[in-house]
Design a protein around this ligand. Structure first.
Ligand SMILES: [Fe+2]
Length: 476
């Protein structure tokens, strides 16, 4: 692709546009990437990352949540690894591409709406679709939690916004849960404005079949949730929206422990009045691992942050208004449905996040849980240097440290199609070398995480910092 006008220069020296976060300006198709080590022959499918990559020089202050979604796909075919990246051409980005410049402000200047004559039907607020990429009912959906899903093809071409035949009234979580047996998709939506919480179910064919509004006392920031075979489980966080900040300044998200923290357990297809809430100690969970229900006890786990410093400041230094200044620690929650009691049990002290596991166990007991953590200098969520594996049965922690100059992305679990054990498979993640400004996609044997990568795929140029990654089996 030839150079386009108004590419991001970061002339205002904005921290979310510097270093690894600096966007790339091209869309590449590389048929065969250089590899080192031995790429497993049974690893067949696509690793796709979604993340922010602003196409045009931002109008004002830029937050990493603002950037246009860009997908990076690394396809493992027999004996060959290819790379392709594409911007997600949302209607908003399409309007900007027609104009040849940015039209939409970032979250910090949200009310500074674009000229309606320039954006047309795309509307006044950008949905950059930059947070996650999933596949359900054969459709690839790029997700951003305050925007409707955007469908793309397996080859990363944008098809358009999807609202489940007009039944979905709002943006949804970037973390739906798909039952590996029924293939139903469960998801929720939060909003700073009433209704604050909604919950949905799509059937295996992708039809929206269940939608309810769940009353909660205040608008909470809820990023992820879990399912069991019978329940949807939602944590009502003490992080609350303060939309007055848009006009009055200050942070749009505030820690409000006086409102308490509750775990809500709802039958999967339940009515709003079937939601039961259980108080736990105050804290926020950005990402969960898994959940299951055995003998009347719902058990779930995630990284729990009992002193969250989550800011979205409308003024001041954007480098101090990141997603979170601090990651949580691995914590197990048990909800005794009969006794009506819930408790949190921290089981490690390493700060981490980007919780993943073998999703073939979604809603059923899982033994192995993976995350990004800090063995070196502690940083913010996302800036991890270590891949961690927890064995829930033995309590053991195994890890691999990428090195001082390195940042690893989210580590997903790709199952070995010939395997039968829960950890028969590979962890795939990006490894960014700050000194060289290069990115590798690493393959680690999930049965031996401590040994580090068995193979590396060297990207033709860096992949910028991203949010979430997923694995799409070639036969899936
Ligand atoms: Fe997330």
């Amino acid at each position: 692709m030839s150079a386009a006008p108004n590419l991001v220069t970061n002339s205002r020296n904005q921290p979310f546009l510097a270093g690894e976060m600096a966007p790339v300006t091209d869309e590449l198709d590389v048929a065969s990437c250089r590899t080192t080590g031995e790429v497993p022959g049974d690893l067949l499918g696509k690793f796709i990352q979604n993340g922010p990559n602003p196409r045009f020089e931002p109008l004002g202050r830029y937050h990493m949540f603002d950037g246009d979604g860009m997908l990076h796909a690394i396809e493992f075919a027999e004996g060959r690894v290819s790379y392709r990246n594409r911007w997600i051409r949302t209607p908003m980005l399409a309007a900007e591409m027609r104009a040849g410049r940015a039209l939409y402000p970032g979250l910090a200047d949200l009310m500074n709406f674009p000229d309606a004559s320039l954006v047309g039907d795309a509307g006044p607020i950008k949905n950059p679709a930059n947070t996650n990429i999933i596949r359900h009912a054969g459709k690839y959906l790029a997700l951003y939690e305050t925007g409707l899903p955007v469908e793309v093809t397996a080859d990363l071409e944008t098809l358009g916004i999807r609202d489940f035949d007009g039944k979905l009234p709002c943006g949804i979580t970037a973390h739906p849960r798909i039952d590996p047996v029924t293939q139903e998709m469960f998801f929720f939506a939060y909003s700073p404005f009433p209704p604050y919480l909604r919950y949905f179910v799509a059937d295996a064919q992708g039809n929206l079949v269940h939608a309810i509004e769940i009353p909660i006392p205040a608008p909470s920031m809820i990023h992820d949730f879990v399912i069991t075979e019978e329940h949807a489980v939602i944590l009502d966080s003490p992080l609350k929206f303060n939309m007055d900040a848009i006009t009055e300044g200050g942070s749009m998200i505030k820690y409000a422990p006086e409102g308490g923290t509750r775990i809500g357990v709802l039958p999967r297809h339940g009515r709003a009045d079937e939601m039961t809430w259980y108080e736990i100690e105050n804290g926020h969970v950005q990402h969960f691992w898994n959940a299951w229900c055995e003998n009347g006890v719902v058990e779930l786990s995630g990284t729990f942050n009992t002193s969250p410093e989550y800011g979205m400041d409308t003024g001041g230094d954007p480098s101090e208004s990141s997603a979170s200044a601090k990651a949580g620690v691995a914590t197990r929650f048990k909800v005794d449905l009969a006794r009506g009691a819930a408790k949190a049990e921290q089981f490690d002290d390493m700060e981490g996040d980007f919780c993943r596991f073998n999703e073939g166990h979604n809603g059923r007991r899982s033994r192995y849980h993976y995350m990004g953590g800090f063995r070196g200098e502690r940083g913010v969520i996302g800036q991890f240097d270590t891949v961690v594996k927890y064995d829930d049965r033995s309590g053991a922690r195994e890890s691999w440290y990428a090195g001082k100059q390195h940042h690893i992305g989210e580590a997903l679990f790709a199952p070995d199609p010939r395997g039968s054990a829960e950890d028969d498979g590979w962890l795939l993640f990006t490894d960014h070398d700050h000194a060289e400004n290069t990115t590798d996609v690493c393959v680690v044997d999930a049965r031996n995480v401590g040994a580090g990568p068995i193979a590396r795929v060297h990207m033709p140029r860096k992949i910028p910092f991203g949010f979430h990654v997923n694995w799409f089996r070639a036969d899936g």
